[in-house]
Design a protein around this ligand. Structure first.
Ligand code: SF4
Length: 466
């Protein structure tokens, strides 16, 4: 998901809508905005679909007045998969004795089932099937006297990955979990405004200056133009999601001070060193494979070409909720540049192989177009484990790499060769010169290594085997 918030501007809703539009790649199912102004209080709009279809409408924006606002774009990883109800769309709102508060959450709470049972046992009435709603109920039960203090209480009970943007009548609040699994950055708008955003690309669109990241385990509270920083959690070594570098974040964002584009290009160069092959063209699977393909081409000296053209107006395959839609989607979204491909030995660079369904279809399209050979090079190690921290990978049995060796996968996909970047190579590409330190990895890489930095306790209870 993508989260965004602003304060200290005349028309927060417009800023939030633009920010969410820039974060649309993080979630396309639904979006919501909450604002506050002193006369009528809180205002909220939650809608299915894209930001540009809902939050560019004057009547919607007019209904969201005020200088303070937050928003969320949804990508369902928990809750009612494939059948999101409007009640699952964030921001969520709670009315407390000291006033209301709205929250928007990116990540996944790994003990949400247990918390929900406990809270329902104590009388909480849940409105949605979202894991994020637990935070509001935990806040409602806290005895603290202010909203930020209640949030601290609530978030200390929560396990897993969470970046949160929240607001009260006067405050804009940002929090990252102790491991800092999901990103969150702070921006300055002119002399008086502030923004919080999942990624820096959304600061650029509103002309805000990047100030710094909210640090793992940090809570920032912005009020009356002052930013206060708190450390509500026990200190832990950070474990940022390495897959944000590979796929999730936009290439024009920076993560940990590194350009995502440059990191992806470095991944491609590393891949070319690890898995060279004699071929005529290097083609990306658009769009997230593009910088890695450029890096592969530069390192190998094999010409880069756009062998597959993407229809810009379709969503991203991986992000849509049902398998049926995913299967239909590939040909609608991607088409082969036949004149270029015919008779050529093609290296296809993609960001990941999850179920393998998209990769197989793309291979068929390339062969149909007359390619002489197809070589897959993948910018991440084999995805052999599900993510429980906010990326919608399927159950383990459905992951190709969980049940097949690399050679079996190559045969299954029907390609001439298939190579994945090594985990060490990926670490080098994201800036860890010595590769992955197995005793204390610098990132979360559980979907590749099976080493979960936070035990997925709800899943273990359901029988998931580590
Ligand atoms: Fe990211 Fe993978 Fe960890 Fe999920 S399991 S947070 S996708 S690195």
């Amino acid at each position: 998901c993508g989260i965004f918030g602003v304060t200290g501007v005349s028309d927060a809703a417009n800023f939030v809508a633009l920010g969410l539009h820039a974060l649309q790649h993080r979630g396309q199912e639904a979006g919501g905005i909450v604002t506050y102004e002193p006369v009528d209080g809180f205002h909220s709009a939650r809608r299915f679909g894209l930001v540009r279809d809902n939050f560019t409408r004057q009547d919607v924006i007019d209904g969201l007045p005020g200088p303070l606002g937050i928003g969320h774009v949804r990508y369902s990883t928990a809750g009612s998969k494939g059948a999101t109800q409007i009640r699952d769309v964030q921001p969520f709102f709670g009315e407390f004795s000291m006033g209301g508060a709205a929250i928007a959450h990116n990540g996944n709470i790994t003990n949400a089932d247990a918390l929900r049972r406990e809270l329902i046992g104590m009388g909480s009435i849940f409105q949605s099937s979202s894991d994020s709603e637990c935070i509001i109920h935990l806040m409602a039960r806290s005895l603290q006297k202010s909203v930020p203090e209640r949030m601290k209480d609530a978030l200390r009970r929560v396990e897993g990955a969470f970046s949160v943007v929240a607001m009260t009548r006067t405050k804009l609040i940002g929090v990252r979990d102790p491991l800092g699994v999901r990103p969150l950055v702070i921006g300055r708008i002119g002399q008086e405004g502030w923004a919080l955003s999942s990624e820096t690309c959304a600061l650029d669109i509103i002309g805000a200056d990047f100030v710094r990241e909210v640090e793992p385990g940090e809570m920032v509270v912005i009020e009356n133009d002052a930013l206060l920083s708190y450390r509500p959690f026990e200190h832990k070594k950070s474990r940022f999601c390495i897959f944000e570098h590979v796929y999730f974040s936009r290439p024009d964002s920076t993560l940990n001070g590194r350009s995502v584009y440059e990191t992806r290009s470095a991944i491609g160069a590393e891949l070319a060193k690890e898995a060279p092959v004699d071929a005529d063209l290097v083609c990306p699977v658009p769009d997230s494979g593009t910088p890695a393909a450029i890096g592969y081409s530069q390192q190998s000296g094999i010409p880069y070409a756009m062998g597959i053209i993407r229809n810009q107006y379709m969503g991203r395959t991986f992000i849509e909720p049902t398998e049926q839609i995913r299967n239909m989607g590939v040909r609608l979204k991607l088409n082969v540049n036949r004149a270029l491909i015919r008779g050529k030995r093609v290296i296809l660079v993609d960001d990941s192989v999850v179920r393998g369904t998209t990769s197989r279809k793309i291979k068929e399209m390339i062969l149909d177009a007359g390619a002489a050979e197809v070589h897959f090079r993948i910018a991440s190690p084999p995805t052999a484990w599900p993510c429980f921290y906010g990326v919608d990978t399927p159950q383990r049995e459905k992951l190709l790499a969980a049940t097949m060796s690399e050679d079996e996968m190559r045969e299954h996909l029907g390609v001439d060769s298939l190579k994945f970047i090594s985990l060490d190579g990926l670490y080098r590409a994201v800036g860890e010169a010595n590769g992955r330190d197995p005793k204390s990895p610098a990132y979360c890489d559980a979907c590749f290594s099976g080493e979960y930095p936070v035990a997925p306790s709800d899943q273990i209870e359901k029988g998931f085997l580590l």
